[in-house]
Structure formats: C-alpha cells, structure tokens
Ligand binder design. Structure first.
Ligand SMILES: NC(=O)c1ccc[n+]([C@@H]2O[C@H](COP(=O)([O-])OP(=O)(O)OC[C@H]3O[C@@H](n4cnc5c(N)ncnc54)[C@H](O)[C@@H]3O)[C@@H](O)[C@H]2O)c1
Length: 335
C-alpha cells in the first residue's frame, strides 16, 4: 500500500488518481489547510475507486503512528506542506514548522515501521539565483532567500543525512518547476483563492473576481520584460513520480531529478495564450517586482529523460486548455 501525504492538494490528488488507475492501494493523509473534503468525492468520481483517508496533521506524531499501525506501507509520496513563496516571508515559523517538522515526524515514523521508499516534492526554488541556463541537478545550491525554499533545501539535506545513517532508505527528490493544468475532467485543480501565482490570478480575473491581472515586473532583462518560467502539465509531472518510484526501488540511495518542460514562457506569452483560447482580452496592470522573484529560469530535464525514461508530452496549449476546462467547472459550480 502507498501512503500519499497531502493527497487532497493539487498535485497529490492527481497523483492519487494515477495510482488508483494503476490499481494500487492508496491511503491519504491531509489536514485540509489548503484543500477540502470535496476533493475526496471528486477523486472517487474520476477513478470510480475508494481511497482510505485520514484527516490529520503530520506534526502530530501519535496520529501518524496510528495510521502506520493500521497498514503495511511500502512507499510514501510526500506532498504535504505549505507552498507559497511570498506567504513564507510573512509567516516563516509556520512554513518551517509545516514543512520541516512534518517531514521529520514522517521520517521517524517511517523508520519505526521500516518503510523505506520515499518520493519527495522539492522545488526549483532550491537553486537560488544566478546560475547558467538551463538549470541542471548538479548546480551547487546557493542558499535561497525565501523561507519556503530554505525549508526545501533543509529537507533535501535531511534526506541525504538520513540515508547516510540508514542505507536501506531509498529516496527520489523531485525538483518541480511550475506545475499547471489539471485532470482532463476539469474537476480537480490548483486552488485559486488566495493565490498570487500567475494561473490562479488569471482564473480569478476570468471569474470576475479581480478587476485586473497584476503583472509583477515588466522590466526584467527578458525579451518582453516579464519573468520567464518553465511550465509543466501536472499529469506529466505525476508520470515523473511513477518513473522515479520504479527507479528508486531498483537503485538505493538519494536521487534527484528536475521535472519541468525544459522550455521557458514569459508571463506576457502565457497571458496572450489565455486570451487566444478564452477569446477575451485580459486587462493587465503592471506592479512592482515581488520579493524573491527571478528574471528567468528553466530546467535541464535530460537526467530524468535518461534515468526515468520520462519526457513531458503535453504542451503549453494543452496546459492552458485544461486550466480553462477547470475554470468552466468552477463557473458551473458557482465557485
Ligand atoms: N504547485 C507548485 O507550484 C509546486 C512547485 C514546487 C513544489 N511544490 C511542492 O509540491 C507539494 C505539493 O504541492 P501542491 O501544489 O499540491 O500544494 P497543495 O497546497 O495544493 O497541497 C498540499 C496539501 O498538503 C496538505 N497539508 C499541508 N500541510 C499539512 C500537514 N502539516 N499535515 C497534513 N497535510 C498537510 C494541504 O492541506 C494540501 O491539501 C508541496 O510540498 C509543494 O511545496 C509545489
């Protein structure tokens, strides 16, 4: 059986569906800090399968032990955590606690119950800044600025140190670039309320919940002045997890892979793609740059290509069309 922490969240819920489609038995832990119970129903509707669900916080060790006591887990996909870079500056203690303390508890419980396979959601933010493009996994990490990214660097290091103390441990660290898009049903997707990320902000604008789309900085040294990012469809991202699990089961150790598309798109390019597919002009307002935002970055994905036999198959138009399909469902549900 596989345990998915944060399985009601954006990426976790897509991963759960993929695992259920492969007839794996899945249990999910979530505390709903950034999701809600309706996701469980939607997972059930899409997959036509039931999952075991435990509501609780990974920082509660007795809760975790109770869950591990009930099942024979072989693998943990660890998605649970807080993910907003800008929010992490405002609330660093909560970010360190939710990300680092949770992971320590999880590792201690895995150790106690002899569960050795772990796939961990890291982030491209661990690289910090000022590296030649594209970013490869062997770049020497410069300590990043945001508490969010610092928590991910800390956890990556923790996983390495834990492995060095117990070589039964098998870990895949996946450094995500910018996951967007959603399941083709449009039923599940990234939470848009309260997010200042580009896609949720565009969705909020198109839902009529924002009078304009903020563009944070148009004076970067890029072709059109806006920031350039590497976007990857969440379904491709999830496939990378499945490949990573196969790999770590065969090869012990701590392995790191970038998961991105290997291509960069500017903020203005993404906005015009939305305008093209939604057939509506988006009113944009240029705002000051945000703390911690970089000018441009994209991934070198050749390591995942070679070792995991993985490559993204869904292009930027599909990512945007799926997001718009999700928007349609949100509108129908009057959310
Ligand atoms: N989405 C991205 O752009 C992105 C990029 C890079 C890395 N990541 C990482 O991937 C992981 C998943 O991201 P996501 O986009 O699905 O985020 P998400 O917020 O949608 O999902 C995380 C889930 O974990 C739950 N959770 C948080 N803290 C918890 C705790 N202490 N105990 C139990 N449950 C808890 C939340 O309720 C939520 O359902 C995160 O670790 C995030 O940092 C995400």
């Amino acid at each position: 059986m596989i345990l998915v922490t944060g399985g009601c969240g954006y990426i976790g819920s897509h991963c759960v569906i993929s695992l259920l489609n492969q007839n794996k038995k899945v249990a999910v832990i979530d505390n709903f800090v950034n999701s809600d119970k309706s996701v469980l129903k939607k997972i059930n509707l899409i997959s036509k399968k039931n999952i075991l669900f435990y509501e609780g916080d990974l920082r509660q060790k007795s809760f975790l032990s109770d869950v591990f006591n009930k099942h024979n887990f072989e693998t943990v996909f660890h998605f649970a955590g807080l993910k907003s870079l800008s929010e992490s500056y405002k609330n660093p203690l909560e970010y360190f606690s939710a990300n680092i303390n949770s992971t320590i508890n999880l590792l201690q419980t895995m150790q106690k119950y002899k569960v050795y396979n772990l796939i961990f959601s890291s982030s491209a933010t661990v690289y910090g800044k000022d590296h030649p493009l594209p970013w490869t996994e062997n770049i020497k990490l410069k300590f990043p600025e945001s508490p969010y990214a610092q928590s991910k660097v800390f956890i990556e290091n923790l996983l390495l140190k834990y492995y060095q103390s117990d070589m039964n441990f098998k870990v895949g660290i996946l450094r995500y670039f910018n996951p967007i898009g959603c399941h083709s049903s449009g039923l599940i997707g990234d939470r848009i309320d309260g997010s200042t990320n580009l896609i949720p902000s565009i969705m909020l604008y198109l839902l009529g919940k924002k009078p304009y789309l903020p563009i944070y900085g148009n004076d970067y040294k890029t072709k059109d002045g806006s920031g350039i990012r590497d976007y990857i469809h969440v379904d491709d991202l999830v496939n990378g997890h499945i490949g990573a699990l196969k790999y770590i089961i065969e090869k012990k150790g701590v392995h790191i892979w970038n998961l991105g598309s290997g291509k960069g798109y500017s903020v203005f390019q993404i906005v015009s793609k939305f305008e093209e597919h939604y057939k509506k002009r988006i009113f944009k307002k240029v705002m000051p740059r945000r703390e911690g935002d970089l000018s441009e970055y994209w991934a070198d994905i050749s390591k995942a290509g070679k070792e995991l036999n993985w490559s993204p198959s869904l292009d930027i138009d599909k990512m945007i069309l799926d997001s718009l399909n999700h928007l349609k469902k949100l509108k129908e549900a009057n959310l």
